[in-house]
Structure formats: structure tokens, C-alpha cells
Write a protein that binds this ligand. Sequence first.
Ligand SMILES: *[C@@H]1O[C@H](CO)[C@@H](O)[C@H](O)[C@H]1NC(C)=O
Ligand SMILES: *[C@@H]1O[C@H](CO)[C@@H](O)[C@H](O)[C@H]1NC(C)=O
Ligand SMILES: *[C@@H]1O[C@H](CO)[C@@H](O)[C@H](O)[C@H]1NC(C)=O
Ligand SMILES: *[C@@H]1O[C@H](CO)[C@@H](O)[C@H](O)[C@H]1NC(C)=O
Ligand SMILES: *[C@@H]1O[C@H](CO)[C@@H](O)[C@H](O)[C@H]1NC(C)=O
Length: 368
Amino acid sequence: MNKLYNILFSVFTLLVHQVLSADPSNQAIAFIPAAVQNGPSQGQFISSGGGLDAPKVKPINGSAYDWWYFDAVSDDAKSSIVVVFYTASSAGVPAESFPSTINSVSINAEFPNGTSFAVSIPAGNATIVTVGDGTTGSFEGTGCGWTSTPDVTQYLLYVDAPSFGIKGTIELHSVAPAHYPCGTAVRDQSLAIMPDVGWANAVPDSRGVINFVINGSQFEFTGAGYHDKNWGVVPFPQSVGSWYWGHGRLGEYSIVWYDALTPSGTEFLSIYIACDRKIIYSQCSGLQVRPTGANSTYPPTLSSGNPTGFYIAADLGNEGILEVEVSNEYTTVLTAPYKRWTGQLKGGFQGSEVLTGVALYEQFAFNP
Ligand SMILES: *[C@@H]1O[C@H](CO)[C@@H](O)[C@H](O)[C@H]1NC(C)=O
Ligand SMILES: *[C@@H]1O[C@H](CO)[C@@H](O)[C@H](O)[C@H]1NC(C)=O
Ligand SMILES: *[C@@H]1O[C@H](CO)[C@@H](O)[C@H](O)[C@H]1NC(C)=O
Ligand SMILES: *[C@@H]1O[C@H](CO)[C@@H](O)[C@H](O)[C@H]1NC(C)=O
Ligand SMILES: *[C@@H]1O[C@H](CO)[C@@H](O)[C@H](O)[C@H]1NC(C)=O
């Protein structure tokens, strides 16, 4: 444990040093009250020069939401953790609402034996400090928060909520550059992954180091870590009919996929592939993700059963066609309209060697 705290202390010192030494004119502090705000919300859907991980909605009114999502899956796909910091009205994200506050922290962990742990912790006011592209988030009364370097290559997330049975940290050491729905993270890009839904992917893949004690049991692993954020000023279920999203590793490649339908059935796509800390492909076309095996009805509905996996085909132009079979290992959340899995990836570029890896992925299906 001493070694762990020494490592954490040096990571933390490095992060604090970078935050304090940043140009103060490049800092922004957002205060997000626990109470829903009246009046119109402004949502940002075109990128600016910085602030990739910054709040994108101001204020959070009765239909708005803005969340920060973190996860990690172990190299054998059997252990995983997801932590989401919500600033969301009850109409914006219905499943995550508390009557008393729009701010909350939701944590799901899957032990290697398949036992799952889930808590949702209501927060008081939240504060997000943005420096460069990075953020530091504090959610009052939860014992939970995160901090990052301004270049979003390092994140440290902490949970200290003994009354909910959980304490620990997630470190993300990025191995894949940040991006937006249709390409690299530069100025004047669209942030809409589909109409009215914003997306910024600060950490598409990382070396994730997970150290927790959950309900008295050690929960520790290293694996593929990930961080992104979504937001909108129209309730999420009004913008989305169904969606498949996931991230994983295939050999040396880091991949992030997204294939969704609006309520009226228009499809929106995004595919990202990186290798050796460089983006090979980041586009919002040339992709198809479909369920496979039993219960592979497409589009999925609220009452669809669990598919056995997914088939991903990405047409990467000169790079060739990437085909990946995704097979579920554990179903970690199964509460309509939402499902989440960890699983194995197998595939590669057509005509090249077969590569394998692990993934964490999800489905929303709002249509009856
Ligand atoms: C939260 O912020 C509100 C102002 O929006 C303030 O009145 C309240 O005291 C704050 N709560 C705490 C616990 O600081
Ligand atoms: C919140 O703001 C958005 C954007 O201005 C607006 O469309 C929506 O009606 C507002 N919601 C509420 C409940 O005021
Ligand atoms: C699975 O592991 C957890 C954590 O070690 C433990 O609490 C639980 O009892 C185990 N469940 C089974 C069915 O072995
Ligand atoms: C943690 O353990 C307590 C007592 O054993 C149990 O009641 C609770 O359901 C567990 N919490 C979770 C989220 O698994
Ligand atoms: C398909 O989903 C239903 C639940 O809707 C479930 O009862 C059934 O076992 C699933 N079929 C298979 C083969 O997994």
C-alpha cells in the first residue's frame, strides 16, 4: 500500500504542478449548482481552441445535461469499472436523477467472478476547473472527483465514499490522442455526434491502473482505460432512438466505435483508430455496427433481449476494411433502455493477420 500511495502522490504532485504553473488567463472555473436552473441553456457544438474536457452547457436547465464518463476494462475482460459524474436534469437523463440535486456520481464495478457492485451518490454543488484542455472536477459531499493534466494525457480519479462501501483511485495514462466525432481535436470542428448530442473524447485509450477496496474486497487491475463526455440541451431520450458505442484494443490498435439512430431512424456514425500514439483514422462515416447471434434484432427496442455480440465493419479507404467480431464476456448493466458489456474482440484488416483484444461497450434502445 505504501508503494501505491508514493506513486499516487507523485502523480498528484505532477498534476497539481502542471495546473498551478498554467497561465491563469487560460483557466476557467464553472460552478454548477445542485438546483436545476430556469431559462434557456446554451450548449456548445463547435470546438474552440481549448477546453476539450470543459463543461459544454450553461446553465443546466430542466432539459439539459452534461456528464463526464470514465471506465476501464482488464486485459482478460473480466474486471471492469465505470464512473460517471452527472450534471443532469431529471428530464435530460431520466435514469440518473435524484429529487434533491442534478449532480451525482454513479459507479459500477464488475468483479472477475461476475459479481457486480453499483452505487449512485447524490452530490451538492459541483465545481469544474478547466486548464488548457483538461479539467478538475469536485462534486460536493460525495468524496469523489478527478483531476487531469492540461493536455489530457494523464487523469487521476478518486473515490472516497466509505458509507457507500467504496474507496480507491483510477489512473489513466493516455496512449491514444483525443478527438471529436469527425476527426482530430482542433478548432472549429463539429462536436455533435448526432443532432443535439455533443461528444468530446479526451482519452480514447490509456493504460488504466485501478486500485479499489469495494465492500471490503480488494478490486485491482490494469487494463484499457477511457474517458469522454457527452452533453445536450434537449433531453437525451428525445435525441436518441438507439445507439451502439464501445472502445477496445485489437492487437496494437486502439479503437472507438459509435453507430446510432435518431428517434426517426437516421443513422450517425463515428470510428476512431489509433496506433503508436497516433491517429490512423477518425471519421464519421464508413462504419456499420450490428448485433449478432440470438436476439440480434436491428434496430434494437426497449424489449430486445441480449445479443451474443456485435459485428463491426469499417471502410477506412486506403487503409482497407477493418472487420471485428465482438463477443460478450459479462453483461455488466441490464436495465432497459441501457445495456453494457465487457467482451473479447477478434478481427483485423481484410487479408491481414487476425488480431485479438478486449472491449467495453454499450447499447441504448428507447424505441418501443
Ligand atoms: C450551493 O450553492 C448555492 C448557490 O447556488 C448556495 O446557496 C448553497 O449554500 C451551496 N451549498 C453548499 C453546501 O455550499
Ligand atoms: C433549456 O434550454 C433549451 C435551449 O435554449 C431550450 O430548448 C429548452 O426549452 C430549455 N428547457 C427548459 C425546461 O426551460
Ligand atoms: C465474488 O467476489 C466478491 C469480491 O471478492 C465476493 O464478495 C463475492 O462473494 C464473490 N461471489 C461469489 C459468487 O463467489
Ligand atoms: C455491500 O455490502 C453490504 C453488506 O454486506 C450489502 O448490503 C450491499 O448490498 C453491498 N453493496 C453493493 C453495492 O454491492
Ligand atoms: C433473448 O432474449 C430473451 C429476453 O428478451 C431471453 O429470454 C432469451 O433467453 C434470449 N435468447 C437467447 C438465445 O439468448
